[in-house]
Design a protein around this ligand. Sequence first.
Ligand SMILES: NC(=O)c1ccc[n+]([C@@H]2O[C@H](COP(=O)([O-])OP(=O)(O)OC[C@H]3O[C@@H](n4cnc5c(N)ncnc54)[C@H](O)[C@@H]3O)[C@@H](O)[C@H]2O)c1
Length: 248
Amino acid sequence: MENNQNLNQRVAMITGAASGIGKAVACIMADQPYRLCLIDFNEQELHTLQAQLQDKTEIIAMCGDVTDASFIHTAINEIEKKFGRLDYVLNNAGMTSAAKSIVDLEFEEWHRVMNVNVHSIYYCLHYQIPLMLKTGGGSIVNTSSMLGLIGTKKRAAYVASKHAVTGLTKAAALDYAAENIRVNSVHPGYIETPLIAHIDSEMLAAKHPVGRLGTAEEVAALVKFLWSDEAKFITGSQYVIDGGYSIQ
Ligand SMILES: NC(=O)c1ccc[n+]([C@@H]2O[C@H](COP(=O)([O-])OP(=O)(O)OC[C@H]3O[C@@H](n4cnc5c(N)ncnc54)[C@H](O)[C@@H]3O)[C@@H](O)[C@H]2O)c1
Protein backbone atom coordinates (compact mmCIF):
# COMPACT_ATOMS: atom_id res chain seq x y z
CA MET A 1 0.00 0.00 0.00
CA GLU A 2 1.44 3.37 -1.02
CA ASN A 3 1.52 6.25 1.45
CA ASN A 4 -0.08 9.66 0.66
CA GLN A 5 3.26 11.21 -0.23
CA ASN A 6 3.76 8.56 -2.91
CA LEU A 7 0.24 9.03 -4.24
CA ASN A 8 0.94 12.74 -4.77
CA GLN A 9 4.35 12.22 -6.31
CA ARG A 10 4.31 13.15 -9.99
CA VAL A 11 4.42 10.46 -12.68
CA ALA A 12 6.15 10.68 -16.06
CA MET A 13 5.84 8.33 -19.04
CA ILE A 14 8.64 8.20 -21.62
CA THR A 15 8.57 6.19 -24.85
CA GLY A 16 11.82 5.26 -26.56
CA ALA A 17 13.28 5.42 -23.05
CA ALA A 18 16.07 2.87 -23.43
CA SER A 19 18.43 5.02 -25.51
CA GLY A 20 19.42 8.51 -26.59
CA ILE A 21 17.03 11.39 -25.80
CA GLY A 22 14.46 9.25 -23.92
CA LYS A 23 17.15 7.77 -21.70
CA ALA A 24 18.63 11.22 -20.92
CA VAL A 25 15.17 12.46 -19.89
CA ALA A 26 14.62 9.38 -17.69
CA CYS A 27 17.97 9.97 -15.98
CA ILE A 28 17.34 13.63 -15.10
CA MET A 29 13.75 12.98 -14.01
CA ALA A 30 14.71 10.08 -11.74
CA ASP A 31 16.75 12.64 -9.77
CA GLN A 32 13.72 14.98 -9.24
CA PRO A 33 12.40 12.36 -8.32
CA TYR A 34 9.38 11.61 -10.47
CA ARG A 35 7.92 8.13 -10.60
CA LEU A 36 8.59 6.82 -14.09
CA CYS A 37 7.01 4.55 -16.69
CA LEU A 38 9.69 3.67 -19.22
CA ILE A 39 8.64 2.14 -22.55
CA ASP A 40 10.82 0.64 -25.25
CA PHE A 41 11.02 -2.50 -27.37
CA ASN A 42 14.72 -2.96 -26.62
CA GLU A 43 14.25 -5.23 -23.61
CA GLN A 44 17.89 -5.53 -22.63
CA GLU A 45 18.65 -1.78 -22.64
CA LEU A 46 15.33 -1.03 -20.94
CA HIS A 47 16.06 -3.34 -18.03
CA THR A 48 19.64 -2.09 -17.73
CA LEU A 49 18.26 1.45 -17.36
CA GLN A 50 15.63 0.30 -14.89
CA ALA A 51 18.33 -1.33 -12.77
CA GLN A 52 20.41 1.86 -12.95
CA LEU A 53 17.58 4.12 -11.77
CA GLN A 54 15.46 2.00 -9.45
CA ASP A 55 17.32 3.03 -6.28
CA LYS A 56 16.31 6.65 -6.98
CA THR A 57 12.60 6.30 -7.68
CA GLU A 58 9.72 3.92 -8.43
CA ILE A 59 9.81 2.64 -12.00
CA ILE A 60 7.54 0.63 -14.26
CA ALA A 61 9.48 -0.64 -17.29
CA MET A 62 7.31 -2.03 -20.08
CA CYS A 63 8.82 -3.74 -23.07
CA GLY A 64 6.70 -3.44 -26.21
CA ASP A 65 6.12 -1.83 -29.57
CA VAL A 66 4.55 1.64 -29.56
CA THR A 67 2.87 0.91 -32.90
CA ASP A 68 0.64 -1.59 -31.09
CA ALA A 69 -2.34 0.39 -29.73
CA SER A 70 -3.32 -2.44 -27.38
CA PHE A 71 0.17 -2.39 -25.83
CA ILE A 72 -0.15 1.36 -25.19
CA HIS A 73 -3.59 0.79 -23.64
CA THR A 74 -2.13 -1.87 -21.35
CA ALA A 75 0.73 0.44 -20.37
CA ILE A 76 -1.66 3.25 -19.41
CA ASN A 77 -3.80 0.80 -17.40
CA GLU A 78 -0.66 -0.35 -15.61
CA ILE A 79 0.30 3.28 -14.79
CA GLU A 80 -3.18 3.89 -13.38
CA LYS A 81 -3.13 0.68 -11.36
CA LYS A 82 0.37 1.15 -9.93
CA PHE A 83 0.71 4.96 -9.70
CA GLY A 84 -2.89 6.28 -9.94
CA ARG A 85 -1.97 9.28 -12.07
CA LEU A 86 -0.06 10.57 -15.10
CA ASP A 87 1.39 14.10 -15.09
CA TYR A 88 4.13 14.26 -17.72
CA VAL A 89 4.69 12.53 -21.03
CA LEU A 90 7.47 12.36 -23.59
CA ASN A 91 6.20 10.64 -26.75
CA ASN A 92 9.60 10.09 -28.26
CA ALA A 93 10.11 6.60 -29.78
CA GLY A 94 11.00 7.07 -33.42
CA MET A 95 13.00 5.84 -36.39
CA THR A 96 14.73 7.31 -39.43
CA SER A 97 14.12 6.17 -42.98
CA ALA A 98 16.53 5.06 -45.67
CA ALA A 99 17.90 7.81 -47.93
CA LYS A 100 15.69 7.36 -51.02
CA SER A 101 13.82 9.66 -53.36
CA ILE A 102 10.04 9.31 -53.43
CA VAL A 103 9.91 7.04 -56.49
CA ASP A 104 12.45 4.63 -54.95
CA LEU A 105 10.86 4.59 -51.49
CA GLU A 106 8.90 1.35 -50.99
CA PHE A 107 5.30 1.54 -49.71
CA GLU A 108 6.30 -0.77 -46.86
CA GLU A 109 9.02 1.64 -45.68
CA TRP A 110 6.64 4.62 -45.92
CA HIS A 111 4.04 2.84 -43.75
CA ARG A 112 6.66 1.62 -41.26
CA VAL A 113 7.97 5.15 -40.66
CA MET A 114 4.43 6.57 -40.39
CA ASN A 115 3.43 3.84 -37.94
CA VAL A 116 6.40 4.35 -35.64
CA ASN A 117 6.71 8.15 -35.82
CA VAL A 118 3.07 9.25 -36.12
CA HIS A 119 0.45 6.59 -35.43
CA SER A 120 2.16 5.61 -32.18
CA ILE A 121 1.89 9.18 -30.89
CA TYR A 122 -1.80 9.26 -31.75
CA TYR A 123 -2.32 5.99 -29.81
CA CYS A 124 -0.36 7.39 -26.88
CA LEU A 125 -2.32 10.67 -26.75
CA HIS A 126 -5.61 8.76 -27.09
CA TYR A 127 -4.92 6.73 -23.94
CA GLN A 128 -2.76 9.19 -21.95
CA ILE A 129 -5.14 12.17 -21.99
CA PRO A 130 -8.09 10.52 -20.15
CA LEU A 131 -5.77 9.45 -17.32
CA MET A 132 -4.22 12.93 -17.10
CA LEU A 133 -7.68 14.51 -16.93
CA LYS A 134 -8.53 12.46 -13.84
CA THR A 135 -5.99 14.42 -11.77
CA GLY A 136 -6.53 17.83 -13.36
CA GLY A 137 -4.17 17.93 -16.33
CA GLY A 138 -0.48 17.65 -17.20
CA SER A 139 2.18 18.40 -19.76
CA ILE A 140 2.93 16.39 -22.90
CA VAL A 141 5.98 16.76 -25.12
CA ASN A 142 6.16 15.05 -28.51
CA THR A 143 9.54 14.56 -30.15
CA SER A 144 9.39 15.89 -33.69
CA SER A 145 12.59 17.08 -35.43
CA MET A 146 13.87 20.19 -37.18
CA LEU A 147 12.71 18.09 -40.16
CA GLY A 148 9.19 18.53 -38.77
CA LEU A 149 9.49 22.20 -39.79
CA ILE A 150 11.77 22.18 -42.86
CA GLY A 151 12.41 19.70 -45.68
CA THR A 152 15.48 17.82 -46.84
CA LYS A 153 16.26 15.64 -49.85
CA LYS A 154 15.56 11.89 -49.96
CA ARG A 155 13.84 11.66 -46.56
CA ALA A 156 10.20 12.02 -47.61
CA ALA A 157 8.82 9.53 -45.08
CA TYR A 158 10.77 10.96 -42.15
CA VAL A 159 10.06 14.60 -43.10
CA ALA A 160 6.34 13.91 -43.62
CA SER A 161 6.11 11.92 -40.38
CA LYS A 162 7.78 14.63 -38.31
CA HIS A 163 5.60 17.38 -39.89
CA ALA A 164 2.61 15.23 -38.88
CA VAL A 165 3.89 15.17 -35.29
CA THR A 166 4.00 18.99 -35.39
CA GLY A 167 0.39 19.14 -36.59
CA LEU A 168 -0.85 16.49 -34.17
CA THR A 169 0.76 18.46 -31.34
CA LYS A 170 -1.04 21.68 -32.31
CA ALA A 171 -4.39 19.87 -32.68
CA ALA A 172 -4.06 18.13 -29.31
CA ALA A 173 -3.00 21.40 -27.63
CA LEU A 174 -6.17 23.11 -28.85
CA ASP A 175 -8.44 20.20 -27.92
CA TYR A 176 -7.27 20.16 -24.28
CA ALA A 177 -5.98 23.68 -23.50
CA ALA A 178 -9.08 24.51 -21.47
CA GLU A 179 -8.62 21.32 -19.44
CA ASN A 180 -5.10 22.16 -18.31
CA ILE A 181 -3.24 19.75 -20.57
CA ARG A 182 -0.36 21.42 -22.40
CA VAL A 183 1.04 19.76 -25.53
CA ASN A 184 4.27 20.96 -27.14
CA SER A 185 6.81 19.56 -29.58
CA VAL A 186 10.60 19.60 -29.57
CA HIS A 187 12.52 19.83 -32.85
CA PRO A 188 16.11 18.65 -32.49
CA GLY A 189 18.85 19.06 -35.06
CA TYR A 190 21.31 16.19 -35.26
CA ILE A 191 21.83 14.81 -31.76
CA GLU A 192 24.63 12.42 -30.88
CA THR A 193 22.63 9.21 -30.26
CA PRO A 194 22.65 5.68 -31.69
CA LEU A 195 19.93 6.78 -34.17
CA ILE A 196 22.48 8.64 -36.29
CA ALA A 197 25.55 6.51 -35.49
CA HIS A 198 25.66 5.29 -39.12
CA ILE A 199 26.15 8.85 -40.47
CA ASP A 200 29.54 10.60 -40.61
CA SER A 201 29.44 12.77 -37.47
CA GLU A 202 32.05 15.31 -38.64
CA MET A 203 30.10 15.93 -41.83
CA LEU A 204 26.89 16.36 -39.81
CA ALA A 205 28.53 18.62 -37.22
CA ALA A 206 29.77 20.95 -39.96
CA LYS A 207 26.17 21.53 -41.09
CA HIS A 208 25.31 23.15 -37.74
CA PRO A 209 26.37 26.83 -37.39
CA VAL A 210 27.59 26.07 -33.85
CA GLY A 211 29.96 23.50 -35.38
CA ARG A 212 28.93 20.46 -33.38
CA LEU A 213 26.14 17.95 -32.85
CA GLY A 214 23.69 18.36 -29.98
CA THR A 215 23.63 16.10 -26.94
CA ALA A 216 20.72 14.10 -25.58
CA GLU A 217 21.17 15.92 -22.25
CA GLU A 218 20.59 19.29 -23.96
CA VAL A 219 17.28 18.05 -25.37
CA ALA A 220 16.40 16.55 -21.98
CA ALA A 221 16.87 19.96 -20.31
CA LEU A 222 14.39 21.46 -22.78
CA VAL A 223 11.84 18.70 -22.09
CA LYS A 224 12.29 19.25 -18.35
CA PHE A 225 11.51 22.97 -18.84
CA LEU A 226 8.42 22.25 -20.97
CA TRP A 227 7.11 19.82 -18.34
CA SER A 228 7.67 22.34 -15.53
CA ASP A 229 5.28 24.96 -14.15
CA GLU A 230 7.68 27.62 -15.48
CA ALA A 231 6.26 26.73 -18.91
CA LYS A 232 2.62 26.83 -17.85
CA PHE A 233 1.61 29.48 -20.45
CA ILE A 234 3.23 27.48 -23.26
CA THR A 235 1.09 25.12 -25.32
CA GLY A 236 0.96 24.10 -28.97
CA SER A 237 4.49 25.47 -29.47
CA GLN A 238 7.40 24.15 -31.50
CA TYR A 239 10.75 24.28 -29.69
CA VAL A 240 13.69 24.11 -32.09
CA ILE A 241 16.98 22.88 -30.59
CA ASP A 242 19.36 22.58 -33.52
CA GLY A 243 22.45 24.78 -33.08
CA GLY A 244 21.12 27.13 -35.75
CA TYR A 245 20.81 24.47 -38.49
CA SER A 246 17.30 25.38 -39.65
CA ILE A 247 17.76 29.16 -39.83
CA GLN A 248 20.44 29.05 -42.56
N1 LIG B 1 19.23 11.79 -32.88
C1 LIG B 1 18.86 12.76 -33.71
O1 LIG B 1 19.67 13.33 -34.44
C2 LIG B 1 17.41 13.18 -33.75
C3 LIG B 1 17.11 14.39 -34.42
C4 LIG B 1 15.80 14.82 -34.48
C5 LIG B 1 14.80 14.06 -33.92
N2 LIG B 1 15.12 12.87 -33.30
C6 LIG B 1 14.02 12.09 -32.74
O2 LIG B 1 14.27 11.85 -31.38
C7 LIG B 1 13.59 10.64 -30.99
C8 LIG B 1 14.53 9.78 -30.18
O3 LIG B 1 15.62 9.47 -31.00
P1 LIG B 1 17.09 9.18 -30.43
O4 LIG B 1 18.02 9.98 -31.24
O5 LIG B 1 17.12 9.25 -28.96
O6 LIG B 1 17.22 7.66 -30.97
P2 LIG B 1 17.68 6.30 -30.26
O7 LIG B 1 17.72 5.31 -31.37
O8 LIG B 1 18.89 6.53 -29.43
O9 LIG B 1 16.45 5.98 -29.30
C9 LIG B 1 15.19 5.64 -29.82
C10 LIG B 1 14.59 4.60 -28.90
O10 LIG B 1 13.26 4.32 -29.38
C11 LIG B 1 13.07 2.92 -29.33
N3 LIG B 1 12.06 2.57 -30.32
C12 LIG B 1 12.11 2.77 -31.66
N4 LIG B 1 11.03 2.29 -32.24
C13 LIG B 1 10.24 1.77 -31.26
C14 LIG B 1 8.99 1.12 -31.24
N5 LIG B 1 8.31 0.89 -32.38
N6 LIG B 1 8.47 0.72 -30.05
C15 LIG B 1 9.16 0.93 -28.90
N7 LIG B 1 10.37 1.53 -28.87
C16 LIG B 1 10.90 1.94 -30.02
C17 LIG B 1 14.43 2.32 -29.64
O11 LIG B 1 14.54 0.98 -29.18
C18 LIG B 1 15.36 3.28 -28.92
O12 LIG B 1 15.62 2.85 -27.59
C19 LIG B 1 13.08 10.01 -32.28
O13 LIG B 1 11.71 10.31 -32.43
C20 LIG B 1 13.88 10.71 -33.36
O14 LIG B 1 13.20 10.77 -34.60
C21 LIG B 1 16.40 12.44 -33.19
